[in-house]
Design a protein around this ligand. Structure first.
Ligand code: NAI
Length: 328
C-alpha cells in the first residue's frame, strides 16, 4: 500500500500533479494539503474512477498531521512562483519558511516518508529540509530528493529540434548540478543514444535548458511559472521512485541529493566541493541507493560549465543551512 501526499496541492503545480497521482495505479491513497481550496480540489478529483482513495485538508483541525500520518511519499510544491524579472533565489524569503515549517510537520508525523522537494529555490530548500530533519534526529539522506526532473525533460525535448527523434523521451540526457540558471549542467556529450550536435548549436541549446523556465515565466506574463510541465516532471520522478521502492530494478534518475549520505556520493562531493548536487541516482527500496559518478566522462566544455555551477551552488546551499540555524 502506498500513500502519497501533496503539500501545496491547490496551486498551479499542485492541482495537475495531484490529478496525475490520483490517476496512477501505483498509488493506493492520496492526501492533499494546502492553506486554501483543498476541499474543492479533493471533491473534484474524488470523482475520478481510479484506485487511489483521496482525502484533503486545510490547516485547521490538525490538517497537516492528518494529511501526513502514514505517508510513504510526500511531494512539496508549496510556495510562491516567479514573476518576470525574478530569479529563483528571489523566492527564498517566502518559500524558505514555508518549506521549513512543512518539513517540521513531516519530521513529526511521517519521518520515514520519502520527501520530494519542488518548491524553489531547490538549491536552498533541500538543504533547509535536511537541516530540519537533522534537528529532529530523523534525517535519512536516502529519503530526501530535490526534484530536478524538469531540467531533464527540457533537455530531452529541446534536443529533439536537432536530432529529429520522434519520441523525445527515448534520448536519455543526464543533467547534473543544481536547479537554477548556470547551476543546471546538461551533459549532451553523455546522451544515450549519442547525439550529434553541430558546434554552433550546442551553446544555445545548453542556455535554453538552463533558462528554459524563463520562457514560460515570460509567456505567462506575470501569472506564474511552469506548472503543467512541472507537474508532468514531478509525477514522472515520483512514479519512478514508487516503482523502485516496490522492487523494480534499474531505475536511474538525476536528482538533487545530500551526497555524503548516499553510496558513491562522497567521492562526488570531494570532487565538486559541494555536499548537495544532482547526479544520476539509482533508486531502490531504501530510496537513493547509489550516486553515479559521471564527472570523469564529461567533455572539456562541460567541465567549464561545472565550474560556474559549483560557485553558484555553494552560496545557495550555505544560505539554506544558515536560514535554519539563524532564522532572520
Ligand atoms: P502557486 O502559487 O500556483 O501554488 C503554490 C501553492 O502553495 C498555493 O496553492 C498556496 O496556497 C500553497 N501554499 C502556500 N503556503 C503554503 C503552506 N504553508 N502550506 C501549504 N501550502 C501552501 O505556485 P506553483 O506555480 O504551483 O509553484 C510552486 C513552487 O514550485 C514555486 O516555488 C515554484 O518556484 C516551484 N517550481 C519548481 C520547479 C522545479 O523544477 N523544481 C519548476 C516550477 C516551479
Amino acid at each position: 500500500m502506498v500513500k502519497a501526499v501533496v503539500l501545496g496541492a491547490s496551486g498551479g503545480i499542485g492541482q495537475p500533479l495531484s490529478l496525475l497521482l490520483k490517476a496512477s495505479p501505483t498509488i493506493d491513497e492520496l492526501s492533499l494539503y494546502d492553506v486554501v481550496n483543498t476541499p474543492g480540489v479533493t471533491a473534484d478529483l474524488s470523482h475520478i474512477s481510479s484506485i487511489a482513495k483521496i482525502t484533503g485538508y486545510l490547516p485547521a483541525d490538525d490538517g497537516l498531521k492528518k494529511a501526513l500520518t502514514g505517508a510513504d511519499v510526500v511531494v512539496i510544491p508549496a510556495g510562491i512562483p516567479r514573476k518576470p524579472g525574478m530569479t529563483r533565489d528571489d523566492l527564498f524569503k517566502i518559500n524558505a519558511g514555508i518549506v521549513r515549517d512543512l518539513v517540521k510537520g513531516i519530521a513529526e508525523h511521517s519521518p520515514k516518508a520519502f520527501i520530494l522537494v519542488i518548491s524553489n529555490p531547490v538549491n536552498s530548500t533541500v538543504p533547509i529540509a535536511a537541516e530540519v530533519m537533522k534537528q529532529a534526529n530523523v534525517f535519512d539522506p536516502k529519503r530526501l530528493f530535490g526534484v530536478t526532473t524538469l531540467d531533464v525533460v527540457r533537455a530531452e525535448t529541446f534536443v529533439q529540434d536537432i536530432t529529429g527523434e520522434k519520441d523525445p523521451a527515448k534520448t536519455v540526457i543526464p543533467v547534473i548540478g543544481g536547479h537554477s540558471g548556470e547551476t543546471i549542467v546538461p551533459l549532451f556529450s553523455l546522451a544515450k543514444p549519442s547525439v550529434k550536435i553541430p558546434q554552433d548549436k550546442l551553446a544555445p541549446l545548453i542556455k535554453r535548458v538552463q533558462f528554459g523556465g524563463d520562457e514560460v515565466v515570460k509567456a505567462k506574463d506575470g501569472t506564474g511559472s511552469a506548472t503543467l510541465s512541472m507537474a508532468y516532471a514531478g509525477f514522472r520522478f515520483a512514479e519512478k521512485l514508487i516503482k523502485a521502492t516496490k522492487g523494480e530494478k534499474g531505475i536511474v534518475e538525476p536528482t538533487y541529493v545530500y551526497l555524503p549520505g548516499v553510496e558513491g556520493g562522497d567521492a562526488i562531493a570531494k570532487e565538486t566541493g559541494v555536499d548537495y548536487f544532482s547526479v544520476p541516482v539509482e533508486l531502490g527500496p531504501s530510496g537513493a541507493e547509489k550516486a553515479t559518478n559521471i564527472l570523469g566522462d564529461i567533455s572539456s566544455d562541460e567541465k567549464q560549465l561545472l565550474e560556474a555551477c559549483k560557485n553558484g551552488l555553494k552560496g545557495n546551499i550555505e544560505k539554506g543551512i544558515e536560514f535554519v540555524h539563524n532564522p532572520p
